[in-house]
Design a protein around this ligand. Structure first.
Ligand code: UDP
Ligand code: MG
Length: 315
């Protein structure tokens, strides 16, 4: 019998836990052929989340709880849950009833047809302020241009992944995790289900602008080396400007007998030198990129299926 794991980070969600588990139970009635487990990660809540979870887990053995020692933030909490998930398919979702179970139903059907990753994409905009909205738009544009994997837009961490995807994620040893980027990086066959994301019913959103910003930086730095290559562009620009001005001054000096102050000569020479400095920084950047690549221990390749190989040979 196959198992489906649900992974739900919870930070001050005392009023949401019982309703969410009820909805998962209702959903799983439709999938009696599957076993299931729910892993709640209590991310250092200071309300009664821990008490509610303790009671729930004593009544229902399918409910598992990880109490983190303090608040580590959503991505880390989610990672902890994924790490302990034992299912054949793993659904990560929020605790706040914003991720509707009907979507999970579709996710499971997609998974049954062979998709190893099923994303949920919200079609309405977040009920956010102007700054967050504009920020998100610009961010996805930048990420699209710069990132070396295709990370789908407007998908949060509400998704289903197959066990084999989780296995690869566990092999990626980076510490600052941008899980949606890592999932996309594995490159497995994926599909997207669109849904309308309702507002949070109880409690408050914990994703402040600052938290979103640091998540965004994690995504950009973790999946793009372009910022490290800026030095090359700056260097070339600086050298071209400096050389152009120097040539102009020399011609003007010899042909028109124009007089230039010493500082004017120095400035154009400085431009050229600065250009070389930028290029040196770019070279450093290239080394840093390689060091970064090495220390993350990402697998060098991911195999989807193998044909005619002896099963005993484990890669
Ligand atoms: N969460 C968490 N740790 C945090 C912040 C949030 O585990 O430090 C959980 C929270 O309980 C919820 C999910 O992450 O289940 C998403 O958080 P939230 O609803 O605040 O984000 P939003 O839906 O506004 O993006
Ligand atoms: Mg929410």
């Amino acid at each position: 019998m196959k198992t489906i794991s649900f992974v739900l980070p919870a930070y001050n969600e005392q009023d949401n836990i019982n309703p969410v588990i009820q909805r998962i139970e209702e959903l799983m009635c439709k999938f009696e052929k599957y076993n299931w487990e729910v892993i709640f990660i209590n991310d250092g809540s200071f309300d009664n989340t821990d008490i509610v979870l303790k009671k729930l887990s004593s009544e229902n053995k399918k409910v598992k709880v990880l109490n983190l020692s303090r608040n580590f933030g959503h991505q880390t909490a989610l990672w902890a849950g994924l790490y302990y998930a034992s299912g054949d398919a793993i659904v990560s979702m929020d605790c706040d009833l914003q991720d509707p179970p009907e979507v999970i139903e579709k996710m499971i059907s997609k998974w049954e047809t062979g998709d190893k990753i099923v994303y949920a994409r919200r079609i309405n905009y977040r009920n956010d302020n102007f700054l967050k909205k504009i920020g998100t738009k610009i961010y996805y544009k930048v990420l699209d241009k710069f990132s070396n994997v295709e990370i789908p837009h407007n998908v949060g961490d509400f998704r289903l992944i197959d066990k084999s995807v989780l296995l690869i994620l566990k092999k990626m040893k980076e510490r600052s995790k941008y899980i949606r980027g890592m999932v996309a990086w594995t490159g497995y066959r994926s599909s997207i289900i669109e849904y309308y994301r309702p507002d949070r019913e109880k409690g408050v959103s914990n994703y402040t602008f600052l938290k979103l910003f640091s998540l965004a930086i994690n995504g950009l730095v973790g999946f793009s080396y372009i910022p490290l290559k800026l030095g090359l562009l700056m260097g070339v620009l600086s050298i071209l400007t400096g050389s152009g001005l120097l040539i102009y001054q020399i011609i003007d000096f010899f042909i028109n007998n124009a007089y230039y102050h010493l500082y004017k000569w120095l400035i154009v020479v400085l431009f050229i030198f600065m250009g070389f400095l930028f290029i040196l920084m770019w070279i450093f950047g290239e080394y840093i990129a390689r060091i970064y690549d090495e220390v993350r221990f990402r697998p060098t390749f991911v195999i989807d299926t193998k044909l005619n190989f002896d099963e005993n040979i484990n890669s």
